[in-house]
Design a protein around this ligand. Structure first.
Ligand SMILES: *[C@@H]1O[C@H](CO)[C@@H](O)[C@H](O)[C@H]1NC(C)=O
Ligand SMILES: *[C@@H]1O[C@H](CO)[C@@H](O)[C@H](O)[C@H]1NC(C)=O
Length: 523
């Protein structure tokens, strides 16, 4: 018996050591939810025995690990003008906040990309001729420029997308998506679309593709020339056209799951790994919180607008209004809020820090009131909890629409009427709670019923790409077919030309005949 165990153990060591790869992971956005995704992505790769070089703006949070090398891009935090990575409640209520559209995202985030690639720590890493990687994983931040990293390390490249599958990132590994049933994530439609919706989706993609081919491309090309090309030249590596490099990615890992979004057709190199950030084992709650939740005989409602909204900028009347609404409920309310509110009703507890996953996992939790960020919604679905979504920006509107469409919740606008709207919606859901809960459990069951866990799936596909030298067999053939051919515009041109030709011939014959008959008449 001892012998067998010893042999198994040796085998395990051999297997795990022979499969240890050197991985470069770049997740440069200095926003907390992106940090959570990055840290967990790296965690799974380290757990699988790999060596990870991690480019991150969150350096203080990182644990010491012999196989982890941190490359500090803390400087990226400067993109938030006021030094705070949070949104202003008041500005959003007064509709003065910046509108997040696709050009806005591109220009802000291509600035982040440029800052990351020119950061001395990253430059040092790229210029080090000793550095070799088996594979590179980069978060897609609405610019394609990071694909240039694969020219330096001459190894396979993997995109990681933090939101559901969308045409912009799929364009890099497959081509645009059919706008008749794939929504742009800012348009936030649920298929099937109305006629005008379909037209607007088409127009959004056409406009976007044009920008990515021209406007945005010049900026990416500029960053490539400034930050990457000098290194390629110094190292004597081939300097390829950026247009060639950017379509060379092997895989696209998506922070998505079909059960949570739309079942849209995707290429074979798109892999759903949504939920990988959730701990496999629920961490215990702090003692006092555990007691509050255990004692809540009518259940607990958890309210959190995430880390994006500055609590202190919430108008006082709204705070008072919300406290009143919560006070009128039988349930216990946990409100994640950075400041302590005085004159609270007895059933309302303020949490400055909230272990969200452990709260959602508690059997007494009945409802989650959230901004509808994808991580929060994923956790709600994972734990089978109904939601009220109050979307604020970016993909949150799409997530809120999805939650409503799937019957696991309702959504309301963030407005000065939030307290009143919330009261109405709370009454609606709490009055029909078994229905919403049953639906949430159903979606949760579909979500969880997978052959392997998302974290393992993540490591598996990363390893698969290395083992198969860039997984060329997974690449979508659509990438080889220009758009005009996919849309059969060439056939249309041929048919039009033929029609025009036939018309001309007919016209000629008619002319000939009529002139002949005229001549005959004359004679
Ligand atoms: C990590 O290691 C460094 C140097 O060995 C040490 O200064 C630091 O305190 C350690 N951090 C943690 C979180 O253990
Ligand atoms: C293109 O992809 C292949 C396979 O992943 C990789 O080996 C090669 O280095 C890449 N080339 C460039 C220029 O990125």
């Amino acid at each position: 018996m001892g012998k067998i165990i010893c042999i198994l153990f040796c085998l395990l060591i051999i297997l795990s050591s022979s499969e240890a790869y050197k991985i470069l992971a770049v997740l440069p956005i200095p926003s907390p939810s992106h940090g959570i995704l990055g840290d967990n992505l790296v965690r799974h790769l380290l757990d699988a025995g790999h060596e990870v070089t991690y480019v991150t703006p969150f350096t203080s949070k990182q644990k010491n690990h012999t196989n982890l090398h941190i490359v500090d891009v803390d400087a990226n935090h400067v993109i938030y003008e006021d030094g705070e990575d949070q949104l202003d409640f008041q500005q959003i209520l007064d509709q003065k906040a910046t509108v997040v559209d696709s050009p806005f995202l591109f220009w802000v985030l291509s600035n982040v990309a440029d800052m990351t690639l020119s950061n001395p720590n990253v430059q040092k890493l790229m210029r080090d001729p000793q550095q070799k990687f088996d594979v590179i994983i980069v978060e897609y931040i609405f610019t394609d420029v990071f694909s240039a990293l694969s020219a330096i390390y001459q190894c396979p490249f993997i995109w990681f997308s933090t939101i559901g599958p969308h045409w912009m990132v799929l364009n890099l590994v497959h081509g645009p998506l059919n706008p008749a049933y794939n929504t742009d994530f800012l348009q936030a439609r649920i298929p099937p679309f109305q006629f005008l919706g379909r037209v607007e989706e088409l127009w959004t993609q056409v406009k976007g593709l044009y920008r990515h081919k021209f406007d945005f491309y010049y900026e990416e090309e500029r960053i490539y020339q400034n930050r990457i090309v000098p290194i390629l030249q110094a190292q004597g590596k081939p300097v390829l056209d950026f247009n060639v490099i950017k379509y060379n990615a092997s895989l696209l890992l998506g922070n998505s799951q079909v059960a949570l979004g739309d079942a849209v057709p995707l290429p074979p190199n798109y892999k759903h790994i949504g939920g990988f950030h959730i701990d496999e084992v629920v961490k215990p709650l702090p003692e006092n919180l555990q007691k509050i939740m255990d004692d809540a005989e009518h259940g607990v409602i958890y309210f959190s607008m995430g880390s994006n909204l500055k609590s202190k900028t919430m108008p006082n009347e709204l705070k008072k209004g919300l406290l009143e609404v919560f006070g009128s409920l039988r349930q216990t309310v946990l409100w994640k809020f950075e400041e302590n509110l005085l004159d609270r009703p007895k059933n309302v507890h303020i949490l400055q820090w909230a272990p969200q996953q452990s709260i959602l996992a508690h059997p007494n939790l009945v409802l989650f009131v959230t901004h509808g960020g994808l991580l929060s919604l994923t956790e709600a679905v994972y734990f089978g909890v109904p939601v009220i979504a109050i979307p604020v920006f970016s993909d949150q509107f799409l997530n809120a629409n999805q939650a409503q469409h799937k019957g696991i919740g309702e959504q309301i606008d963030l407005s000065y009427n939030l307290d009143k709207d919330l009261k109405v919606t709370l009454d609606k859901i709490l009055g029909d709670l078994p229905k919403y809960t049953a639906r949430a459990k159903e979606v949760s069951a579909a979500y969880r019923d997978n052959p392997i866990k998302p974290g393992q799936e993540l490591s598996f596909w990363v390893e698969h790409v290395v083992r198969t030298r860039g997984a060329p067999h997974l690449r979508s053939v659509a990438l080889q077919v220009p758009l005009y051919q996919q849309a059969y515009l060439d056939l249309l041109a041929v048919l039009l030309a033929a029609a025009v030709g036939i018309l001309l011939v007919v016209k000629k014959i008619v002319c000939l005949l009529t002139s002949k008959s005229k001549k005959l008449k004359k004679n």
